[in-house]
Design a protein around this ligand. Sequence first.
Ligand code: NIG
Ligand code: FE
Length: 390
Amino acid sequence: MSSTAFTNIATLVTNDLTHGNGALGALQHVSIVVEDGLISQISNADPSGVDHVIDCSGKTLLPGFVDSHSHLIFAGDRAEEFAARSQGQRYSSGGISTTVAATRAASDEQLKANAQALLNEALHSGTTTIEIKSGYGLTERDEFRSIEIAAQFTDETTLLAAHVIPTEFKSDPDAYVNLVIKSIIPQSNAKWIDVFCDQGAFTPEQSEAILRAGIAAGMLPRIHANQLSAGKGVEIAVALNAASADHLSKSTDRDIELLAASDTVATILPGAEFSTHLEPNLGRRFLDAGATVAIASDCNPGSSYTTSMPFCIAAAISLLGFSVEEAVHAATLGGAKALRRNDIGMIAVGMKADLVLLDSPSYIHLAYRPGVNLIHSIYKSGKAVRTWQK
Ligand code: NIG
Ligand code: FE
């Protein structure tokens, strides 16, 4: 048994509306106790009899960010493609094949080192849980090793063998769908199954068949939908009770109503909106309809090359219509719901002590001081994984 108290917390974001105030269940000048990796106490008084005390005067403690959507298993980058967009080029799914070629040519060690470097970045910006997708291999061998590498870093692994139709199957897309269903899915032990249901990727029929095959193999469904064009992705997600539908940029009012009435989380990807096109009112539309909303990084070398959840929070607020509270909630409890996790995303008795301590008296500074790393320290299951002293 080891216990740690975090005392004199200027602002504690609990996300527990039964205890705290406002949309984030915030409390001022309180303490919490962590025992054996779990939160055991939240109180106004200074706890006694604990093994370690961390003074949090002037600081904000919040649940670690839950990044429910990332593509970290790849090689190379596509900086020129980004620069071309700054001169008017439109984003399309076509660039994915550049990364597929680089990924296939990379060794396991290179893929692992690249993912590790990105994970370090994510951790340094406060991400304590991350989902990682495959999807730049698109062969049995490359999808299999992508999931193997992802599984070394997280339990939240996602098979996205249906990212695009690989070049060698362009003349017979259904043959690739068949390969995914008959061969890649049965060999994969990913937790989640995902598909890019969009223009230039997979049709609704192909997407549904792939998700159903994944479900039959024991995986849980999630989907990339309506990023480039409106389609049937949301309808499929809701019908299959997917944990989340992601991107959603071109969603219709009916899609939004469907999501709001379902258990499927609407995951908005501010980094992709920022780096490709922009749907300025995107967040507001889902929030006003009453959908459960998450924010994730979508970290990938094409549409959103950022690992920073604070950046995504700031972008959601100034570009997509979120309030500060809505954005912080979406990046913590929203992400946990998008992964159907009920042990993270909240600071309440019994929850995992995955915590971020900010060097600022309020969470507002996450967006108010954009681009500045305000993270003082990070804890996973109550253990400091990283501390910066000023
Ligand atoms: O989520 N939309 C599909 N996949 C990625 C982008 C992949 C890429 O451009 O390399 C996304 O944005
Ligand atoms: Fe994505």
